[in-house]
Design a protein around this ligand. Structure first.
Ligand code: NAD
Length: 800
């Protein structure tokens, strides 16, 4: 070809990356790998194995060991043995190790990126310029938190041994997101990479050992889902951190229920990409390319639902099609390609069958004519689907491939409604030149991350994680550090003695007190408090309440499913509370305190009579309750977000948002103080609650609604249902309109709640039957506020 011809065609020639070093590393292991446990390879010859392949051509890269329960056990034991020494090393010691790991990754960045692209099929440009630099950034960032741990997290201790399970789409990056905070804060790790992409994790473990990481601190056990399940089930693991599908997240939630293991879940998504008519359309087209064709669309936060303002749809789609014609699909090591290979033929088949389903449902499928696919390997062309209705399969299901569906909207409200019309809530992009509009929309989107005029921005300093069925917990940022810590005060709590329902000491004593006088006292039957009104139990039944000495105190309503449903509906309808200003919420909490104070004598008397405590103790419980209300009135307008400064021209606004509707179960001890200690942080941050007092002590709560009624608490913000606490909490945990559950009082109840929460994967905050001293300072403040909020990170890049 002459130079003139080159200019006229402007075609790219192939520009393959050199893979010699990666292949030499594989050859140095005879392309067979054991697990990496306690600083050494296990023998690869004695265990069953499977193959990992190059998605770009189907060639086998290596044989990988399939880990069994014994391998997992050996790794957990190694991690356990190493953990106290690793924690004792102190923040600075660990910071030096994390720094060494970051430098190790930078030194071998080419080897890591080539190996990643070989094993995963992603374009080398992405692994070289995005994945691997972010891995190093994460390790460096958390080296910083390790250094600051003793001052910044003084009241927190490491969780212990952490089992971490990662998917195949960003194999080494997900490893870094998980191990960097875990190791930095004094935990030891057993990591299970995805079966399709184990190689970079194994290389990392080997090089980390060479970089001096103490033995047993990081262990890698390879295998499929059964290996992951063995890790989840291992009794020696204190926490599971999982990234993967919502389906497996649910299984893990269920199997860890009641085990006391802490859990974070980073799950799937179906993220909206919203383009308003005043957006920079060319910029937005490039945004779409990045949103859905980065990593072949195999991205949990891929902008896979394009929502376009109706008036510009045609113009925008035309521009997009023109751009799609220029995308290059090809082998991962070619530096000129935009879209690499799909991870595996199974995934390719899944994408194709979902697209077929779209056709059956009447959608229109468009693929560029000029894009050639390689003849071997797993490739799928960039695909645009129009004529999609909000309810169609393609608008709801995560495709996890290079397939974009489009819909239109007319007004900003409609855009928000469409965007939120999904069970997921991981990320969203908003494109508009009107910053006021973007910042108005961002808080209304139910997602953990919002990018304004941008997409797929990630940084170690900015938390990442989902709302709703996209999981709970955050990775990155200071918020990500707390996921690997536990409050020191909580670690010392004792298990609460079993609390049998109180029975009457007096035979037939129910009405005997009343009977002693000729004229009975005027009956005051406590009711429920739902939607700002007192209401009677749906079932028309009540249960007797006794003092610890067995004296009959009165009857309380026996709540059932229907009562809980009504209470949840009332809480759901009180959405204005979540949008109220923090000042307004603070004021209401002060009013509640004021009104409790006005009736303090009555509450003291009732506590003495009902719980048998001395007058002094009862007075102290009431005083502390008032003080606690003041604490949360204070926090209501001070638990503010943060501005992160990731390395770009722009900021990320980390906002503490309410979770929505929280179901709260209270213990019997210190019934007024514990009730207020749970109610106040939840509503201070804008949640609405359905609160169920302890079975033996419902009357302090039912007295309290008179305080609420006089304190300007809007209807539906606090709803009180009494009855069988454990049973009612299970109903709340299973209710799909409840966003989180807090359960205090009983280990079996904690287990029930965790198990029942899998439906919409609500966040849970439970005491596992540990007895909290509600009088202590540890029973208020950040630990509770953190549970009452979810962090949304809004990225706002700036400049032209
Ligand atoms: P997957 O859930 O099938 O597998 C993820 C990991 O879990 C793998 O290591 C797998 O071996 C393991 N696993 C499978 N069954 C298990 C079980 N029963 N117990 C324990 N471990 C088990 O997901 P995938 O197909 O590898 O990854 C794609 C999914 O991951 C998508 O849904 C995607 O959205 C999600 N993802 C989420 C994020 C995030 O941060 N939210 C990031 C990347 C990927």
């Amino acid at each position: 070809m002459s130079i003139a011809e080159y200019f006229s065609s402007m075609d790219y020639g192939p520009a393959p990356e050199d893979d010699k070093a990666a292949r030499a590393w594989l050859a140095s292991h005879h392309a067979r790998f054991g697990h990496f446990i306690n600083g050494a390879w296990t023998s690869s010859s004695d265990s069953p194995s499977f193959e990992t392949q190059e998605p770009a051509n189907g060639n086998v890269l290596a044989a990988i060991s399939q880990g069994g329960a014994e391998d997992v056990d050996a790794a957990v034991q190694a991690a356990r043995a190493a953990q106290s020494g690793w924690a004792a090393l102190g923040g600075h010691g660990r910071a030096r190790h994390l720094y060494a790991l970051a430098r190790m990754v930078q030194r071998h960045s080419r080897l890591f990126s080539v190996l990643e692209s070989l094993d995963n099929g992603k374009p080398i440009r992405e692994s070289r310029d995005i994945d691997i630099p972010l891995v190093a950034r994460h390790l460096l960032y958390y080296a910083g938190w390790a250094q600051l741990q003793e001052t910044e997290f003084a009241d927190w201790a490491p969780v212990g041994v952490v089992g971490q399970i990662v998917p195949w789409n960003f194999p080494l990056l997900m490893l870094a997101w998980k191990i960097a905070p875990a190791l930095a804060l004094g935990n030891c790790v057993v990591l299970k990479p995805a079966e399709f992409t184990p190689l970079t994790a194994l290389l990392f473990a080997e090089l980390a050992d060479r970089a001096g990481l103490p033995k047993g601190v990081l262990n890698v056990v390879t295998g499929d889902g059964s290996t992951g399940a063995a890790l989840v089930d291992h009794a020696g693991v204190d926490k599971i951190a999982f990234t993967g599908s919502t389906e497996v997240g649910r299984i893990i939630r269920k199997s860890t229920a009641g085990s006391g293991k802490s859990l974070t879940l980073e799950l799937g998504g179906k993220s909206p990409f919203i383009v308003f008519d005043d957006a920079d359309l060319d910029g937005a087209v490039e945004g779409v390319v990045d949103a859905i064709w980065f990593n072949q669309g195999q991205v949990c936060c891929a902008g896979s639902r394009l929502l376009v303002h109706e008036g510009i749809e045609q113009r925008f789609v035309e521009k997009l099609r023109r751009r799609m014609e220029t995308l290059r699909v090809g082998p991962s090591l070619d530096k000129t390609i935009d879209i690499g290979a799909i991870i595996d033929p199974i995934q390719l088949e899944r994408i194709a069958s979902l697209v077929d389903r779209g056709i059956e449902e009447g959608c229109t499928v468009w693929q560029p004519t000029g894009v050639a696919l390689p003849s071997a390997g797993s490739f799928f062309p960039p695909t645009l689907i129009t004529g999609v209705s909000p309810a169609s399969t393609l608008a709801q299901e995560e495709i996890f491939g290079p397939v974009l569906v489009t819909m239109t909207f007319r007004t900003p409200d409609e855009a928000v409604a469409l965007a939120n019309n999904t069970r997921y809530g991981l990320a969203a992009s908003v494109w508009t030149e009107t910053i006021g509009r973007a910042l108005d929309i961002a808080p209304k989107l139910k997602s953990g991350v919002v990018w304004v005029n941008a997409t797929n921005l990630f940084d170690a300093s900015v938390g990442f994680g989902g709302y709703r069925e996209s999981g709970f917990g955050r990775e990155g940022g200071r918020e990500g550090a707390y996921e690997y810590l536990k409050p020191r005060a909580w670690a010392k709590l004792k298990q609460r003695a079993a609390q049998p329902a109180r029975a009457a000491a007096l035979v037939d004593g129910d009405d005997s007190d009343a009977g002693s006088s000729a004229v009975p006292m005027i009956d005051r039957t406590p009711k429920f408090y739902i939607g700002g009104k007192q209401s009677r139990p749906d079932g028309g039944t009540s249960f007797p309440v006794y003092s610890p000495e067995g004296a009959y105190l009165g009857d309380a309503g026996e709540g059932n499913r229907k009562d809980i449903r009504d209470a949840v509906a009332a809480a759901r309808a009180a959405g204005k509370w979540s949008a109220a200003t923090p000042h307004n919420r603070s004021q209401v909490l002060f009013y509640i305190a004021e009104n409790l104070s006005a009736r303090a004598d009555e509450f003291v008397r009732q506590l003495v009579e009902r719980t048998g405590v001395s007058r002094t103790d009862a007075q102290s419980e009431v005083d502390l309750s008032i003080s606690r209300l003041f604490t949360y009135a204070a926090w209501a307008d001070k638990f503010e977000g943060t501005i992160h400064e990731p390395p770009l021209r722009g900021v990320a606004l980390a906002m503490n948002e309410p979770l929505g509707v929280i179901g709260v179960g209270c213990p019997d001890e210190q019934p007024l103080l514990s009730f207020i200690s749970l109610l106040a942080p939840a509503i201070a941050l804008g949640n609405r609650i359905v609160i169920v007092p302890g079975r033996n002590s419902p009357l302090m709560a039912t007295d309290f609604y008179q305080v609420l009624e006089t304190s300007d608490v809007p209807a539906g913000v606090v709803n009180i249902v009494t009855g069988d606490t454990r049973a009612l909490m299970s109903v709340l945990a299973a209710h799909d309109d409840v966003d989180a559950v807090w359960s205090f009082g009983d280990a079996a109840q904690s287990a029930d709640v965790e198990r029942a929460s899998i439906g919409n994967l609500k966040r849970t905050f439970v005491d596992h039957g540990k007895q909290i001293d509600w009088r202590s300072r540890d029973a208020e403040g950040f630990v509770f506020l953190r549970q009452a909020a979810q962090v949304k990170n809004i990225w706002v890049p700036y400049g032209d």
